[in-house]
Write a protein that binds this ligand. Sequence first.
Ligand code: DAH
Length: 342
Amino acid sequence: MEDKTSVIREEFKKRIESVKSSEEIEQLRVEYLGKKGHVQGLMGQLKAVPNEEKKAFGQAVNQLKQEIEKLLHETHEKIEKEEEQKLIDSAEDYDVTLPMDLDKGSYHPITVIQREVEEIFRTMGFTIEDFSEIVDDYNCFEALNIPKHHPARDMQDTYYLSSGQLLKTHTSAAQNSIMKKYGAPLRAIFPGRCFRNESTDACHENTFFQMEGIMIDEDISISNLIYFMKTMLSEVFGQDVNVRLRPGFFPFVEPGFELDIQCLICGGDGCPSCKNSGWLELCPCGMIHPNVLKYGGIDAEKYTGFAFGLGLTRLAMMKYGIKDIRVLNSGNLKSLSQFIGK
Ligand code: DAH
């Protein structure tokens, strides 16, 4: 009987010397210590052993089992260390001890919607313009037919800088420069960040995004304006939207309008989102005032045009169902990423 255990022991020692991976160790463990393994096989033979030898045989098998367990354990530890070292060696310049940051970033909802709208207008032949956030009084007001002491200036609580310049209160401030840069005919949109000294609440922020658009050519009319706005908004919302115009006053357009879209939630029947009116105010617009064309160096006898000031912040809130505008400026990545996924 002694022989049998020594044969298995010797054979096991040879086998374990050539083992190279954790998987092979596991295979050996099953082969020798598993339910149908060699050690269990020896135990099965205990019945056939004469009574006086039973004790010695049992002890020999137990000892063999312990030796095999010990060897398996030691070899496993050795192999694990070697495998880890191989990983470190192959990582070369990488610091494998640094913590991993598995969180991927996401675009801000305003960025996503801005790019979407830009793409839609680009396909309709509009150029995309950038403009400074610090502007002067002329660009922000005078060139837009809002002279000094005009009551319309009270509509916008302006941040003035000590240099006499100001933070742009609306993207319309770029109209004059862009008209001078390109002349007519002209199709351009200019997104940008705007600032107003407002106290903040769920619907108001002192920093927000707009996208201004102008189209100037011979014979541009209100129907062109309605067509472009309807097409663009249907694309943004991924469904046909109904729009309507109401009169609105802005010194730089004549006539001026407030453009509403039919509520997408209730389809116009009235619900809490549209305050039961069936319509949502979305975008002020109008036909560019001849004075504004003249200030921009464009022949107001020959050309007409429309302009609109789309509230990008508002649009993002509507599209993603964001109830509190302050979430958008919070910098809280968790709440921002939930609106658009990763
Ligand atoms: N600039 C205006 C504002 O922020 C919005 C606006 C109204 C822009 C009418 C336009 C327009 O282009 O035609 O209050």
